[in-house]
Design a protein around this ligand. Structure first.
Ligand code: ZN
Length: 309
């Protein structure tokens, strides 16, 4: 597939955080025709097609099976896929991975906040990065994971079968966006996994100062989402999440109920973080091996339970 330069330009130009565009994209993914995007359903396929079209239009390099964006895998019952593309770094083998799950629960569950919001943020971040005058030194990978709601099946598959261009050994950070459209529910966004010694925390402390209107809860361990299979490999993560006290896994998780204004600002913050990490002078590979995903210095040569003399 060759890229039409004019099409790429039309995708890349424009405002990545435009609230009207963000809402339109959420409406598309959460439309009743997509039937709640259950893995293996026709709605799941339509969602993946929309994401891949946008990846192609943005000029991301495909890293799925063959020369496509889809990385197929099987759940217990169905075949679905992760959608994988990247912007190659100019001067490093390190990879910053940014992910969001595209699937949801099926009929009567639009899944606008969970997790069309994360997908739309992911696409906005990709567009904003493409608008920067030059590609960063580190590679940035964009992954829309499948079958998260069935137990993180897609992210576990990716962590076990990473594409050749994006080996897990080279992934120095995982940024996870899961439910980022319900800031208004509690007036807060949680930004988890940002333990004090880790590179992302230092960047976010600075970014938070420039976004004072947003209440950001930094730190704490995030659970039950797609960063977990990466953390299990010792890869540090940042998990963006807004709690949804009203419509979590409920039929009222509709596009109309998404807090797009704050979603746009969260996507901007995530862009600044991804860009900061991709351009950072810190040796992120060394930090990953010494600090893992918890920010606690690994005790070399010491094994738990070994008696000391
Ligand atoms: Zn979710």
């Amino acid at each position: 597939m060759t890229l039409d330069a004019a099409t790429v330009a039309s995708c890349v130009d424009g405002k990545p955080f435009d609230e009207v565009t963000l809402r339109e994209r959420i409406e598309l993914l959460a439309a009743s025709e997509l039937g709640g995007r259950a893995p293996g359903s026709s709605g799941d396929l339509t969602a993946r097609t929309l994401i891949a079209e946008q990846f192609r239009c943005l000029g991301l390099t495909p890293a799925g099976d063959g020369d496509g964006f889809d990385q197929a895998f099987d759940t217990a019952r169905e075949r679905t896929a992760n959608v994988v593309g990247y912007i190659a770094g100019t001067d490093s083998t390190d990879v910053i991975l940014i992910g969001a799950h595209h699937d949801h629960l099926g009929a009567h569950h639009p899944g606008a906040n969970d997790n069309a919001s994360g997908i739309v943020a992911l696409l906005a971040i990709a567009q904003a990065i493409r608008q920067q005058p030059k590609a960063p030194p580190r590679t940035i990978a964009f992954v829309a994971f499948g079958a998260e709601e069935q137990g993180m099946v897609g992210s576990k598959f990716f962590a076990a079968h990473a594409p050749a261009a994006l080996p897990t050994d080279h992934i120095v950070y995982d940024i996870n966006l899961d439910m980022v459209g319900s800031y208004a529910s509690r007036g807060a966004v949680y930004v988890m996994g940002t333990f004090p010694k880790l590179a992302a925390r230092k960047l976010l402390d600075g970014i938070a100062k420039a976004h004072r209107r947003l209440d950001m809860g930094l730190g704490g361990r995030g659970e039950r989402s797609d960063h977990e299979p990466f953390c299990a490999l010792g890869i540090p993560y940042v998990f963006f999440w807004t709690p949804d006290d009203r419509c979590y896994h409920a039929p009222c998780d509709t596009a109309a109920n998404v807090d797009v204004r704050h979603l746009a600002e969260i996507a901007k913050i995530a862009t600044e973080l991804v860009s900061g990490l991709a351009n950072s002078d810190v040796d992120l590979a060394a930090a990953r091996s010494s600090l893992g995903c918890s920010g606690v210095v690994a005790r070399r040569g010491a094994t738990a339970g070994t008696p000391r003399d």
